[in-house]
Design a protein around this ligand. Structure first.
Ligand code: ADP
Ligand code: MG
Length: 221
């Protein structure tokens, strides 16, 4: 369970300050498929990164299973991210000169060199339709295939939470639907909690949790 208690986030740039989040509170129980929606610039990515312990709020607390993420040491936050959290970004963030298989394994080095882990990565890529793309580099893959590689990289460790920031932002709608089909499969089969930012509300289902933010506040959620 993720509990967000009255968080604010202010970015300081030189002498100017921008308050992006102005007192956000919400909860995401385990096993939810949740969306963060809102206009461009409303702070969706900021909120997602705070939930994923990639950044710290200016004030307020974020609790994961009752434990304050904001108060964790950098080493503890790093261990949390490495073991329990998976991240998927709009621009895939794959390494250009590595194959699909190596891209999936690179966060796990040196263990990623072990045959057992290589086997798991190959099986995972095959299970999401990329069995014949293992040795292709990102430039030899379509956008949808690249995003599926990025999702495989995020889920190989079987994280409890997957955070996705506009994962279909660079994809056409058919390919985007396939990416969401994969996230939904993961959610159903493994009970993974999925939290995704999107501006495209077509991918949202009635049973999903929606956190709608505008002007730094929660409108719904
Ligand atoms: P969204 O994802 O909803 O489009 P963001 O969370 O990316 O919005 O950004 C919200 C606001 O915060 C924007 O005005 C953006 O320019 C600003 N912002 C985001 N990150 C930073 C940063 N690191 N430094 C300064 N301003 C930032
Ligand atoms: Mg964003």
């Amino acid at each position: 369970m993720i509990q967000i208690n009255n968080i604010t986030k202010t970015y300081q740039q030189g002498s100017s300050q921008t308050q992006v989040l102005r007192g956000i509170s919400c909860e995401i129980p385990d096993g939810e498929f949740a969306f963060i929606v809102g206009p461009s610039g409303s702070g969706k990515s900021t909120l997602l990164y705070l939930m994923g312990a990639l950044d710290a709020p200016t004030t307020g607390t974020i609790l994961l299973d009752g434990q304050s993420v904001s108060a964790m040491s950098p080493a503890a936050a790093d261990a949390l991210r490495r073991k329990q959290l998976g991240f998927v970004f709009q621009s895939f963030n794959l390494i250009r000169n590595l194959s699909a298989l190596d891209n999936v394994l690179v966060p796990f080095l040196p263990d990623g060199r072990q045959p057992e882990m290589q086997k798991q990565a190959r099986e995972l890529l095959s299970s999401i339709g990329l069995g014949d793309r293992l040795h292709h580099r990102p430039s030899q893959l379509s956008g949808g295939e690249q995003q599926r590689v990025a999702i495989a990289r995020a889920i190989l460790k079987q994280p409890r939470f997957v955070f996705a920031d506009e994962p279909t932002g660079e994809l056409d709608s058919t390919t985007g639907q396939k990416v969401f089909d994969l996230l939904r499969q993961l959610h159903q089969e493994q009970g993974t909690t999925i939290i995704t930012v999107t501006h495209d509300e077509r991918y949202i289902k009635a049973t999903d949790r929606i956190i709608r933010i505008e002007d730094g506040k929660v409108l719904e959620g």
